[in-house]
Design a protein around this ligand. Structure first.
Ligand code: RET
Length: 239
């Protein structure tokens, strides 16, 4: 295989590369720590590792794809999200299960995240000319997830799950409200509809590049940070 050089001002390729390494390192960390984790938190730490591991494999692929074609790897980006975002829903379910979370809650979170991602994908690909409409549809599903976690069932369960779990759910809820809100910003930057018709970056190629950089940074923060919150919950309960 030919070796392509990453130009020093190619921030897209750079963030794909760093993203790959960060996801790999995080996965090794979470997997190795499972053995040092109290039994009741092992599954949660394992899922943290699975999330970053799935992302590491996709990032390795996306890094190569972007380097060789110069294009945005939209399809594999969404395959990654469709696997990892439901696993983040599983994390919410696992840590509130001891407080009585029912499997129905997990399905609600997963269904909403699938609607959020499928509509976002349609707006970025097949229906790019109607990206604002599909972005709004996706946003509605996103706010439903925020609702469930901040005031709905997840919040109610967290109240009765003890102080450590309540604290972890609060931090994770901030990840979903602030960390996840970075994604629609990437979408607004990279799709032709912009922000209800307002284009933030006018050159289409630069717009797509800025979208990839925003997505790559958001992924690193959200996937690794999310996992570390679960990890520190597993330690605090142990003490
Ligand atoms: C690890 C990957 C994560 C946490 C991905 C999260 C993705 C989102 C929260 C995406 C949300 C979107 C909207 C709310 C509207 C525009 C379309 C999306 C799909 C970018």
């Amino acid at each position: 295989m030919e070796h392509l050089k990453i130009a020093s001002d190619n921030y897209v390729a750079f963030t794909f590369f760093i993203g790959t390494m960060a996801m790999m390192a995080a996965s090794v960390f979470f997997f190795f720590e499972i053995g040092n984790t109290a039994k009741k938190w092992r599954q949660s730490v394992l899922v943290s590792g699975l999330i970053t591991f799935i992302a590491a494999v996709h990032y390795y692929y996306m890094r190569g794809y972007n380097l060789h074609t110069g294009d945005s790897p939209t399809f594999f980006r969404y395959v990654d999200w469709i696997l990892t975002v439901p696993l983040m829903c599983v994390e919410f379910f696992l840590i509130t299960k001891k407080a009585g979370a029912k499997i129905g809650l997990l399905w609600k979170l997963i269904a909403a995240s699938l609607v959020m991602l499928v509509t976002g994908y349609l707006g970025e690909t097949i229906y790019r000319d109607r990206s604002v409409f599909w972005g709004v549809m996706s946003g509605i599903a996103y706010f439903y997830i925020v609702y469930l976690i901040w005031v709905g069932e997840v919040a109610e369960l967290a109240k009765n799950a003890g102080p450590q779990v309540a604290k972890a759910v609060r931090v994770l809820a901030w990840f979903v409200l602030v960390g996840w809100a970075v994604y629609p910003l990437g979408y607004i930057l990279g799709t032709p509809g912009g922000l209800f018709g307002i284009q933030l970056v006018s050159d289409p190629a630069a717009a797509v590049r800025s979208m990839d950089i925003v997505y790559n940074i958001a992924d690193a923060i959200n996937k690794i940070g999310f996992g570390l919150v679960i990890y520190s919950l597993s330690r605090s309960e142990e003490a």
